[in-house]
Every structure is written in structure tokens, then in C-alpha cells.
Write a protein that binds this ligand. Structure first.
Ligand code: ADP
Ligand code: MG
Length: 244
């Protein structure tokens, strides 16, 4: 078997007295797509943020492509740039054009020359279906288009893994599929992905594994079809009863 790309080993996270991640163990193989699902407040966002080291952890280790995430410094910056993240809110740079949003990271962080960065950005904008919007500003785009730009912007950094934290939950319903379609294409292209979402269609189409979290714990892990049709734990049954 290939070396895992992401390993969480005994990860614990507290906010004050609140134990938000409880002894989390999770291994993600290259090319694997893991959907994380669970009630609000169960620690899904904190898990994503910890993998990107936007949150510190109190114990345990997080390893990205064989290297343990350090607390700070250059090695952290390098490892962090291997992890792309797309959030619920489309946090594009408001005062930059769509093209600039996508070229900025590669030029500043990766030292890519402008012409090369623009060429690549155009290809990525094409891939997510917003190439003709390149000269516009984020506010001129729909939420679905902005979220697709956010995906292109992350991809421009050539991440080894992409994290998505409820990327469609702030979108109007008619825009959800255009974003999910891009994510399905990305999954099929072999990208390693951890996706927090309640979109079962996506999980069924693209996920290799569903991880169900509740109260800071991984309660259940299963293949999507198995999880949705035959959940094992009471908490998963209860949760699915509410969202189905
Ligand atoms: P989810 O994404 O599954 O809804 P979160 O990871 O956002 O859950 O939150 C897990 C728990 O941690 C919740 O109880 C939430 O209120 C709490 N929490 C999240 N961020 C903070 C923070 N910065 N300070 C204190 N508590 C937080
Ligand atoms: Mg969340």
C-alpha cells in the first residue's frame, strides 16, 4: 500500500474546558476522498483547521506526506502550502480580480513568474468553468462562481490534499451542484480530499469513505452506501434520521 498522505494519531484539542477533538485517529491514502459528516458542533471544522494548523492541538500528531506538522516556522509554512482549503464563506480577496486571486499565491509563495502564473490560472479557471470572468471582481460573481474560483485558487498552489469545509452550505440551492460537479471532477482526477459536507449525492458519487463525527469523536467509518443505508451507531441513525 502507498504511504498515507495524512495521518492523525491520537489528536486531542481543547477550547478551554471544552474537549473538541477526542483522540482522533484518521489515515487518508493518496487519492482517497473522505467525507466527514456529523451534527453541528461535533468538531468537523476544528478537525480541518487542525490539519491546516490554523488551530493548535494539545496532544497527538498530524503528519502530512510523511512529515509531522511542526508548531511554527518555515517547515510549517511549506507543509501548510501543501494543504488547500476551501471554506463555507467564499473568502476571495475583494479588491483583486478573479485572475489576480488565483495568481497571487503562486507568485508570492511559490515564486512563480507572472506570465506562468497567469497561464496556469487561466487553465484552472477554465477547468472550474469561470474563465470568462477572469477580469471581474469577486462581488460581480455569483456565490457558486466565487466558490469555484476559491477552488481554482487553492489548486493553483498545487496542493497535495484539499480540505473542504461545508463548501456549499452558504450557497443558494441552484448553485450547489455547479460547485459539487467541480469537486466530483477533482475527486475523479485523483486529488486527495477531506470534505465536510452533508451533501449525500456528493458522498455517494465521489467519496471512498464516510467518517461520522459526534461530540468530538469519530463514531463510525464506513463506505458511503453502507453508512447511509445501514448506519451502525445510535448517534449516526439519529443524525441521518434528521437530515434525510
Ligand atoms: P462543527 O464544524 O462540527 O460544527 P466546530 O469544530 O466548529 O464544529 O466546533 C466544535 C466545538 O468547538 C463547538 O462546541 C464549538 O462551539 C467549539 N468551538 C469552535 N471554535 C471555537 C473557538 N474558537 N473557541 C471556543 N470554542 C470553539
Ligand atoms: Mg463547521
Amino acid at each position: 500500500m502507498a504511504e498515507p498522505l495524512v495521518v492523525l494519531d491520537g489528536v486531542n484539542k481543547y477550547f478551554g474546558d471544552l474537549h473538541v477533538l477526542k483522540d482522533i485517529n484518521l489515515t487518508v491514502a493518496p487519492g482517497e476522498v473522505v467525507v466527514v459528516i456529523g451534527p453541528s458542533g461535533s468538531g468537523k471544522s476544528t478537525l480541518c483547521r487542525a490539519i491546516n494548523r490554523l488551530e493548535t492541538i494539545e496532544s497527538g500528531t498530524i503528519t502530512i506526506d510523511g512529515e509531522e506538522l511542526p508548531q511554527e516556522g518555515k517547515a510549517l509554512a511549506r507543509l501548510r502550502s501543501d494543504v488547500g482549503m476551501v471554506f463555507q464563506a467564499f473568502n476571495l480577496f475583494a479588491h483583486k480580480t478573479i485572475l489576480q486571486n488565483v495568481t497571487l499565491g503562486p507568485m508570492k509563495v511559490r515564486g512563480v513568474k507572472k506570465a506562468g502564473a497567469q497561464q496556469r490560472a487561466k487553465e484552472l479557471l477554465e477547468r472550474v468553468g469561470v474563465a470568462h470572468q477572469a477580469a471581474k471582481y469577486p462581488a460581480q460573481l455569483s456565490g457558486g462562481q466565487q466558490q469555484r474560483v476559491a477552488i481554482a485558487r487553492s489548486l493553483a498552489m498545487d496542493p497535495k490534499i484539499m480540505l473542504f469545509d461545508e463548501p456549499t452550505s452558504a450557497l443558494d440551492p441552484e448553485m450547489i451542484n455547479e460547485v459539487l460537479d467541480v469537486m466530483v471532477e477533482l475527486a475523479e482526477s485523483g486529488m486527495t480530499m477531506i470534505v465536510v459536507t452533508h451533501e449525500m449525492g456528493f458522498a455517494r458519487k465521489a467519496a471512498h469513505r464516510v467518517v461520522f463525527m459526534a461530540d468530538g469523536e469519530i463514531v463510525e467509518t464506513a463506505e458511503p452506501e453502507e453508512f447511509f443505508t445501514n448506519p451502525q451507531s445510535e448517534r449516526a441513525k439519529d443524525f441521518l434520521g434528521k437530515i434525510l
